[in-house]
Design a protein. Sequence first.
Length: 295
Amino acid sequence: MHKKGLVLVLMTALISGFSIFINSFGVKGINSDIFTFSKNIIVALLLLTIIMALGNYSRIKSLSKKDYGWLALIGFVGGSIPFILFYKGLQLTSAAMGSFLQKTMFIFVALMAVYFLKEKLHKAVFLSAVGLLVGNYLILRLQFTSFNLGDLLILMAAMFWAVENTISKHVLKSLDGNIVAFGRMFFGSLFILVYLAFSGELPLLVTITMPQLGWIVVTSVLLLGYVMTWYNGLRDVSVTLATSILLLGSPITTALSLFLGKSLLLSDVIGMIFIVAGVASMHYLEASYGTAAAT
């Protein structure tokens, strides 16, 4: 089962690399909150359709109040607040800085997993973490200036996503991956809808143009693939390893950027090597030492 989960999380990283590249075009010219809500609700409906088509609707009907409570919490912590924080933050800082800070999520996840999930955090994991961060720093060609409000909002979003993934890993012990994905997208959509109503942005939903709708549909399909592979894979892989694997999306996005005329620098190649080596060492450590109590 571990191998299947690993393959699914690797697929998530692949989808993530393409998704970041395509979303950079899709979000242009449209309110980011409207863009996020539209994608989330479409994916929630698609997931419900898939669950019913697979004959698993009875699993939704059999959910307890406690299960719904967990799913609502996942939707609130992971499917609404961090998206709002992240996109607001991107308006106040550079895309490179935002991407780098968002990718620190795996560090927060590793620390939470030790305390709440009793996953082992071998000392060598810190070396792998440094390699992953250095790799992303090189690929993003980051230039530090000053830490502003936008950076803080994105860092907060990363922390919220870390909490959500830790909770999801716990909930996946008893619930199907597609059910958890549906809960995250459905309840997340409801919370964002409430936010849109209070912020006065709700009327903007009727101003979506056909080209914008096209981008929303395309990015929704990618998001559907992302959450399905992620939550089904996370069930069989430690959350620390899974979130570190997501960093493989950066080299993919960088490679796709070459089609837009971006030149490949030596720092990009070195960065890719650092990231691949960091993920490989994470996998080796888990395979060698397992995921038990911290050392």
